[in-house]
Design a protein around this ligand. Structure first.
Ligand code: F0G
Length: 350
């Protein structure tokens, strides 16, 4: 049995004797060496961290297990979040596991169907607003201030605490921090969490260096890159369709302290990387999860030399949550009668 994040990393987490310890099996996700992409890009060592292998299919589970444990410890009965889909799926699952009620607010029409299905099956109370994520988060912040409900968005510091364990795992597996960590940036909680994780592990003597953090936003939803709030963010990567990230300042700090960058990639670059990840390595991430690889390819094409570097890209969520985006542009495939000779002939063996 996997110990889960709370038990495995309890010495680094706000776990007290009163904190309930449970797990849906989050954490300990694969770090996969991608030699075909290394060749394609000209990268020394490239690893993809498969966060889609978490129980609800995204990295959110690492932070949610801590946030829910602390909510239980505090005697809370209801949790609430705004979400582009993954946070709500995770919140609803962990709430169900612990017998709490979950209320989620999502932007109507802009959440991948797999994620909505998750919230439905776990029987969260779902509110779809005619607005975007930023507006949903603003409503949730006001409501959780007024009512006895625990907010479990990443502005809840326990979420960040849990999510930092992904940085620990990378160091535990590689033996030290990589040169670069590429990561998508939406509400900017995860880049904040990774930086905290790398810093803490260094302080604890578990690593002798820290990576440069390379955050990537989508071109139509790139407030940090452009230095201003984006009122109507747009991107195919619905998970990071965010115009006013809650952890904006923390992301800028992570970028600057790590000597990294926060840059942007177009939807075309995201979808090209999405396809490359699948066809070259057999890894199916959701569109937002392809932004880091798209960023690595972009910087490499701009002349940055990764040929002697160790690089980790975080694949933040599984592609099975967002199949629409693939099926919409899929090439037609063969449809034939159930007849041996016909199939044989169509495959060119006739
Ligand atoms: N990748 C995926 C798959 C996500 O779902 C998110 C955020 C991000 C990257 C960006 O992470 O917000 O910490 O910068 N999803 C949130 C949600 C907003 O509601 O599920 P971030």
């Amino acid at each position: 049995m996997k110990p889960g994040v709370l038990v495995k990393y309890k010495d680094f987490l706000p776990v007290t004797p009163e904190t309930p310890l449970f797990s849906l099996g989050e954490g300990d996700t694969p770090l996969v060496r991608c030699s075909r992409l290394e060749q394609e890009i000209g990268c020394g060592e490239l690893y993809l961290k498969l966060e889609g292998c978490n129980p609800t299919g995204s990295f959110k589970d690492r932070g949610m297990v801590v946030a829910i444990a602390k909510a239980l410890e505090a005697g809370s009965q209801t949790i609430m979040c705004a979400s582009t889909g993954n946070t709500s799926a995770s919140a609803a699952a962990y709430a169900a596991h612990c017998g709490l009620s979950a209320i989620i607010i999502v932007p109507k029409g802009n959440i991948a169907l797999g994620k909505l299905t998750q919230a439905i099956v776990y029987e969260a109370k779902i509110v779809a607003i005619n607005g975007n994520f930023d507006q949903a988060l603003s409503i949730v912040r006001s409501l959780t201030e007024k009512h006895p409900v625990t907010l479990v968005n990443s502005v809840n510091p326990h979420r960040i605490e849990g999510q930092k364990t992904a940085a620990f795992e990378i160091i535990d597996v590689l033996g030290n921090a990589p040169d670069y960590l590429f990561i998508p940036v939406g509400n900017a909680g995860n880049i904040t969490a990774y930086w905290q994780g790398f810093v803490e592990y260094c302080q604890a003597g578990r690593a002798s260096r820290k990576p440069s953090l390379m955050g990537f936003q989508a071109e139509g939803a790139a407030p940090i890159v452009r230095g201003r709030v984006i009122k109507k963010p747009q991107t195919v990567a619905s998970a990071i369709r965010i115009g006013n990230p809650a952890s904006w300042q923390q992301a800028v700090t992570a970028r600057d302290e790590s000597g990294g960058v926060i840059d942007m990639v177009s939807d075309e670059e995201i979808m090209a990387a999405h396809r490359l990840m699948a066809t070259k390595e057999g890894i199916f991430g959701e569109p937002a999860s392809a932004a880091p690889l798209a960023g690595l390819i972009k910087l490499s094409q701009q002349g940055m030399d990764f040929s002697t570097k160790q690089v980790v890209c975080v694949v933040t969520g599984t592609g099975l949550k967002d199949t629409d985006v693939v099926l919409k542009s899929a090439q037609p495939f063969l449809e034939l009668p159930a007849d041996l000779a016909t199939v044989e002939q169509a495959l060119g063996w006739g």
